[in-house]
Design a protein around this ligand. Structure first.
Ligand SMILES: Nc1ncnc2c1ncn2[C@@H]1O[C@H](COP(=O)(O)OP(=O)(O)OP(=O)(O)O)[C@@H](O)[C@H]1O
Ligand SMILES: [Mg+2]
Length: 316
């Protein structure tokens, strides 16, 4: 059995408001295996930051049981704190200090010796491509540099479980990709990542498992591929050498639509291995050669919009 870095059951949180309690998390269950990337997806106000704040001991839950890094969150918050790192949605960088000073301050907070602190800071500046900027105040850094420094500060304590709350919001495509690369390297080293994002593409790129949060409940959970199979719209494109093959394939499969060049058929499919195998076996039975095959699965945006109701509502 794989160990879980995070196991939450029935997590609840409400805020008291003028018009009664506002339920932010309405009993959510999470299971994050060690050494994987888990992504919590949801629109503004869905409860992503609240979840991160609870799991990282910053605010208490109203109900539910949670184990983080093997420790009970309610009974052993200090042990949890010692095992995790958090990069919040809003930067923890002190803009008046230089990049290096920010890192050394962090090393101090983590009780590293002066020597170890300096060594760790130098390593991280190198790794995050901040050597040249190290001596300049962080206020002069670009958004991407500040985000990298923020994550570098989280890594000073060498945590095995890291919470990243919307790490790439507001970054340009290049900075986003370099952030993704860093996340992938961390996981390759065995670190567990709990990442929130509003970008479905980001979850698709990075996450082993995804949970979609909407109005305080998880509306779907699974691998990106599993989630995409939840909704219709997927198809397989088959290209044939000539018209004769196209006609034979249509007869053999009993379904399909002509696409573009008239030698390509679109077959509705969930894209699963089983259904592909059956389709190819049937073509084989009729000795119909396929020149080219591609699978088109819906993306996570389609899944989210379908599961949260009328797609028109989402853009309004
Ligand atoms: N301290 C608080 N007091 C009252 N309500 C709060 C508090 N913190 C958060 N909320 C409410 O809880 C809900 C969820 O907020 P949260 O910040 O967790 O959402 P989020 O998914 O992180 O959104 P975003 O994508 O905008 O960061 C929102 O409706 C928010 O207004
Ligand atoms: Mg948030």
């Amino acid at each position: 059995m794989t160990n879980l870095a995070i196991a939450a059951n029935g997590l609840r949180k409400s805020y008291r408001g003028k018009n009664g309690d506002k339920v932010v998390l309405d009993g959510i269950d999470l299971a994050v295996p060690e050494g994987t990337i888990f992504s919590l997806l949801g629109p503004n106000g869905a409860g992503k930051t609240t979840t991160v704040q609870i799991l990282s001991t910053l605010i208490p839950a109203d109900g539910g049981t949670v184990q983080v890094a093997g420790h009970d969150l309610a009974r052993k918050p200090d042990d949890v704190r010692g095992a995790i790192g958090v990069t919040g949605q809003y930067s923890a960088v002190d803009k008046l200090l230089t990049g290096e000073e920010n890192l050394l301050l962090m090393a101090d907070l983590r009780h590293l010796s002066r020597r170890d602190g300096r060594r760790r800071a130098a390593e991280l500046l190198e790794r995050f491509d901040l050597v040249e900027a190290a001596g300049k105040p962080a206020s002069t850094y670009s958004g991407g540099m500040q985000r990298r420094l923020d994550l570098a500060m989280t890594l000073v304590g060498d945590p095995r479980l890291i919470f990243l709350d919307e790490p790439t919001t507001g970054l340009d495509p290049r900075s986003r990709r370099s952030m993704w690369q860093v996340v992938r390297e961390l996981v390759a080293d065995g670190v567990t990542i709990f990442l929130t994002t509003q970008y479905l593409e980001e979850a698709d790129q990075l996450a082993d498992r995804v949970a979609m949060l909407d109005h305080g409940t998880l509306i779907a959970q699974g691998t990106p591929e599993e989630l995409k199979r939840l909704i219709p719209g997927g198809h397989v494109s088959l290209r044939f050498a000539d018209q004769h093959h196209v006609d034979s394939a249509l007869r053999a499969l009993g379904t399909g639509f002509l696409d573009g060049d008239a030698l390509t058929l679109q077959i509705p499919s969930d894209g699963s291995v089983g259904s592909l195998r059956r389709m190819l076996a049937r073509l084989d039975d009729h000795s119909i050669d396929v020149e080219e095959l591609s699978v088109h699965t819906p993306d996570l945006d389609d899944v989210f919009l379908t599961l949260t109701g009328d797609p028109k509502d989402a853009v309004r």
